[in-house]
Design a protein around this ligand. Structure first.
Ligand SMILES: [Zn+2]
Ligand SMILES: [Zn+2]
Length: 251
């Protein structure tokens, strides 16, 4: 199994997960042209994608989904709640957000998460005893999330904001409340707390995502995570809004 990112942050998110003959795209907050360009960096095209899974209806995750799925005739999957919010698509395949299902060679476990959307899910992907967790928009840590992520070999995790920077930053008060709340996003400290609760003995790749450009920095994220995990600062990967993340292979 391998995973990559086209980019992550409030200006667009999209992740790729591939195993065997199956290539899945998770979310797409980019235009068709931009998506094609970013896929080219990863040596794949829209024709290679078997399905697009949507985590929730926020525009940084769905803005490009309808057009891209039509352009390349790719089926779109989402929870029932999320599917009702994707207005520009006639046909969305619904999964039960409390039940695992398979697409091709990949088993997908939707994880219901606290986030301010209709029925937001994040995902754990598995195949042949390799487990990859993808958690980009999570307001707070739940026991269910910890259970699901235990023993993962790959983890893509949100480190959205630095608490001090957000509180003292330029966001209006209402937006600060939203991001800070239990249905908003994880800050660096919460991401670290989640990591510390997990069995990471099999972890090969940790990718840090959805980093706020106004209220956080790659430097601060790497400091917090490497200190908490007592790992080399160069080991965790930062997913850049513009550059995304090259393929990470899990074995
Ligand atoms: Zn969101
Ligand atoms: Zn988001």
């Amino acid at each position: 199994m391998r995973f990559a990112s086209l980019g992550s942050g409030s200006r667009g998110n999209s992740t790729l997960v591939e195993c065997g003959d199956t290539l899945l795209m998770i979310d797409n907050g980019f235009s068709t042209k931009e998506t094609d360009k970013r896929l080219e960096r990863l040596a794949v095209t829209g024709h290679d994608i078997d399905a697009i899974l949507v985590t929730h209806e926020h525009s940084d995750h769905v803005a490009g989904v309808a057009r891209y799925s039509r352009r390349y005739d790719i089926p779109v999957w989402a929870s029932h709640g999320t599917s009702t919010m994707i207005k520009k698509l006639d046909a969305v395949q619904c999964f039960n957000s409390q039940q695992a299902f398979s697409l091709g060679d990949i088993e997908i476990e939707p994880i219901l998460v606290p986030h301010d959307a209709r029925e937001p899910t994040q995902f754990v992907f598995s195949s042949n005893n390799i487990k990859l967790g993808v958690m980009t928009d999570v307001g707070s840590i739940t026991p269910h999330m910890v259970d699901a992520l235990n023993g993962c070999v790959g983890l893509l995790l949100e480190c959205n904001y630095d608490h001090e920077m957000l509180v003292n930053g330029v966001y209006p008060a209402s937006l600060k409340r939203r991001v800070l709340g239990d249905w908003g996003h994880l800050d660096n400290q919460q991401a670290v707390e989640l990591l510390q609760q997990l069995d990471l003995s099999r972890l090969q790749h940790l990718a840090l995502a959805h980093i706020s450009e106004k209220n956080n920095s790659a430097d601060i994220v790497l400091n917090s995570v490497s200190q908490a995990l007592q790992c080399d600062r160069a080991w965790p990967k930062i997913i850049d809004q513009q550059e995304g993340l090259a393929w990470c292979v899990l074995s």
